[in-house]
Write a protein that binds this ligand. Structure first.
Ligand SMILES: Nc1ncnc2c1ncn2[C@@H]1O[C@H](COP(=O)(O)OP(=O)(O)OP(=O)(O)O)[C@@H](O)[C@H]1O
Ligand code: SF4
Ligand SMILES: [Mg+2]
Length: 329
């Protein structure tokens, strides 16, 4: 395995369960927001996570950024088991993984200049830098994300949404992380600036080999920048494939329905038989037995209610969790 393919993030059966109120006088219920998710992400690569609202994408992001501990499973970052890491190691691992949020308005403090917002990570993690050296690094980073270095003294409200997201990206990159988790990084932006911000992310990846865990509802975004895609449904991965394969030959009926629900520029010719998802998303507190898609799947049979279909290899680097993938494909 060469350096480029060495995984920077490895998840093995990650789970996060929440105890929630199920209603008056009822015992607490367990909500399995994440339920046994595994993947590997290497330097310079982009792994996209897609799925309906509530499928566990942001919960996964909070795991990888170490904001919340897993209920079960193992997370390795840069070869280290996060649960076993001591304080100083954890501190270094936190530097390794940074986050870009959906809303650039909420993620920047309106009372801080851009200089203060961007130098903050350096103040915390690299106290040996003096103010002049920090300001120099901030200016260099602003230029790198396509903003005027001279604007470092301005406040967030003086920038457009797209510029603010560039600032948020710049801040995430100040400590030269090796992994950036981006949760819907462009969905709050005007469509006209989404592509610019995505292009910026791709350019930065070419320059630095940073790895992205990209969470997005928008399959057009995924198609543009992902290398590999995980499709999630109620806390589990139901399909995993290299991007080109996922779009050309989606195997799981849920993936096919998600693709049919999203307008795309170049839908494959055989997409005509695919219908968007119909029916209600089941409650995450009472998921269906067996396959979590069965209440909405046009191909469901009695057998689909019996066991949770395991992810199985169905092609090169392609896995799906549907017992009928051969018949429905
Ligand atoms: N702190 C929490 N306590 C209880 N339940 C939670 C908590 N955080 C998330 N959940 C639940 O876990 C499930 C997964 O939520 P999550 O936010 O990860 O979904 P998502 O895929 O990011 O959805 P969206 O596309 O809407 O952002 C949901 O049912 C959600 O209500
Ligand atoms: S396992 Fe059954 S219900 Fe689930 S996606 Fe496959 S055919 Fe549909
Ligand atoms: Mg989310």
């Amino acid at each position: 395995m060469n350096a480029a393919s060495f995984p920077l993030v490895e998840a093995h059966g990650l789970a996060r369960h929440y105890s929630v109120d199920a209603g008056l006088l009822r015992p607490k219920a367990v909500l399995r927001a994440l339920d046994g998710v595994s993947f590997a992400l290497a330097a310079g690569r982009t792994l996209a996570v897609v799925g309906e609202s509530g499928s566990g994408k942001s919960t996964l992001a909070r795991q990888v950024t170490m904001i919340e501990p897993p209920t079960a499973g193992r997370l390795e970052i840069d070869g280290a088991d996060v649960a076993q890491a001591d304080r100083s190691r954890r501190r270094r691992l936190r530097r390794t993984v940074q986050m870009v949020f959906q809303n650039p308005y909420a993620s920047l403090n309106p009372r801080k200049t851009i200089l203060r917002a961007l130098e903050e990570p350096l103040v915390i993690h690299e106290p040996e830098f003096g103010a002049a050296a920090r300001a120099e690094r901030v200016r260099a980073m602003l230029a790198r994300v396509g903003l005027e270095a001279a604007h470092a003294g301005r406040y967030p409200h003086m920038f457009s949404g797209g510029q603010r997201q560039r600032i948020a990206i710049a801040r995430a990159l100040m400590l030269a992380p090796r992994v950036v988790v981006a949760d819907e990084p462009v969905s709050a932006l005007d469509v006209s600036v989404q592509a610019q911000v995505l292009n910026l992310l791709m350019d930065l990846q070419d320059e630095t080999q940073v790895a992205y865990l990209l969470i997005s509802h928008n399959l057009a975004v995924v198609e543009l920048i992902a290398d590999e895609v995980l499709v999630m449904l109620l806390g589990r991965v139901v399909e995993r494939a290299p991007k080109a394969r996922l779009f050309a030959a989606p195997a799981h009926p849920y993936t096919r329905a998600l693709l049919a629900s999203t307008p795309r520029l170049d839908a494959p010719a055989d997409a005509g038989d695919r219908a968007p998802i119909r029916g209600e998303l089941p409650s995450p507190l009472v998921p269906p037995s067996g396959c979590a898609f069965r209440t909405r799947c046009p191909h469901a049979t009695g057998a689909c209610a019996e066991v949770v279909p395991p992810l199985e290899a169905i092609g090169p680097a392609h896995e799906a969790a549907c017992i009928r993938w051969r018949e429905v494909g």
